[in-house]
Design a protein around this ligand. Structure first.
Ligand SMILES: NC(=O)c1ccc[n+]([C@@H]2O[C@H](COP(=O)([O-])OP(=O)(O)OC[C@H]3O[C@@H](n4cnc5c(N)ncnc54)[C@H](OP(=O)(O)O)[C@@H]3O)[C@@H](O)[C@H]2O)c1
Length: 315
């Protein structure tokens, strides 16, 4: 199959509407509930490289020692390098020991990432989870935003993005006018719409919009009985109950719940790419299959009736 390619805002980059998320590849059992071996991770990326998926999302901070980037690096080396048509994005993270998130640390984080991935540069580099510092620290002289802007000015990256959770904080970063791309996660899904307004306004301003975690970190893929967390944390029972009701509605139409969860994001005209986390090679074909399945309009209408009220959203 060929995947639809979309412009990533005004960056000039063209990306497949499906992007491969790699945090599960770092074996973070605390978030996902299971471990992932080196071999399973590397073979997942090998399968991605052999597929129509041409957009990969990772981060310096996935795994205690950058396991996701290291494992991607091993797969890329075995493949003979990064294919020219694959957009590989990574993110800068604080020093894992000291928590330092200064401009200096941003440069060190980027260097570490390049070495682990075995590439000279990436086209897109994000400020990762800026909720770990205050906005004032983020934009201060000598701080991370200034360092990212300098990397772009120096031509060491083409585009910079901000990737994180709380939408009000992300909006403040976008209002600096410095960011080319916005990524938010778990906040535009069947169960949570916190990011919709910001995504729409970012899209209108020509900022690339990347919607990560359409399965809420797994609940909408594996089902609420298997993955009881939403967005990596315990939530009010109303969230799992809504997921259960959605799963039952999907079953009546013969549609797998993850297919509806994925297409909910893919069909939004203001989302340029949807990032799905996977950790085994067979997920590649499954995900592509979910993306092209026919979903009747009547099912979308039924699913909307189960969306939890906004007080249950992550915000
Ligand atoms: N702040 C940030 O920048 C940020 C935050 C969150 C996410 N992200 C990015 O977005 C990506 C997506 O988020 P996410 O991975 O946390 O959540 P997600 O995409 O909502 O869900 C991932 C979970 O769904 C499971 N899954 C995927 N396809 C499946 C299938 N066909 N059948 C059964 N289970 C399936 C995965 O299981 P398996 O492991 O078994 O495949 C994994 O447990 C991340 O990997 C990361 O790259 C970025």
């Amino acid at each position: 199959m060929t995947l639809t390619t979309r412009p990533l805002g005004s960056t000039g980059l063209k990306v497949t509407e499906l992007c491969v998320g790699t945090s599960p590849l770092a074996s973070m059992a605390r978030l996902y509930g299971y471990d992932v071996s080196d071999e399973r991770a590397v073979s997942t990326i090998a399968a991605v490289l052999d597929s129509p998926l041409r957009f990969i999302d990772t981060s310096n901070g996935y795994g205690e020692h950058g396991e996701a980037e290291k494992r991607i690096g091993v797969a890329l080396a075995a493949h003979g390098g990064l294919p020219a048509d694959v957009v590989l994005a990574t993110k800068v993270d604080p020093d894992p020991l000291t928590g330092d998130f200064s401009g200096e640390r941003v440069l060190a984080s980027y260097e570490e990432s390049l070495e682990r991935l075995g590439v000279d540069r990436v086209p897109l580099l994000y400020l990762h989870d800026p909720e770990r510092i205050s906005f004032e620290e983020g934009v201060a002289a000598g701080g991370p935003v200034e360092a990212l802007v300098r990397l772009r000015e120096d031509g060491r990256v083409d585009h910079i993005g901000v990737a994180g959770g709380p939408v009000d904080l992300l909006a403040r970063y976008l209002d600096t006018g410095q960011f080319d791309v916005l990524l938010s996660h778990n906040r535009y899904t069947l169960l949570d719409r916190s990011a919709e307004k910001l995504f729409r306004s970012a899209h209108e301003r020509g900022i690339g919009v990347v919607n990560a975690a359409p399965y809420g970190g797994g609940m909408l893929a594996k089902g609420p009985d298997v993955q009881t967390k939403y967005g990596y944390g315990e939530r009010d029972d109303r969230v799992a109950e809504a997921a259960g009701a959605m799963a039952a509605a999907c079953e009546r139409y013969g549609v797998p719940l993850p297919a509806a969860a994925l297409q909910f994001s893919l069909r939004a005209e203001f989302v340029d790419a949807t990032v799905v986390g996977i950790s085994s090679p067979e997920r590649v074909a499954q995900t592509l299959g979910y993306a092209e399945l026919e979903i009747p309009d009547a099912l979308w209408t039924e699913l909307e009736a189960f969306v939890p009220p906004s007080e249950y959203w992550l915000a």
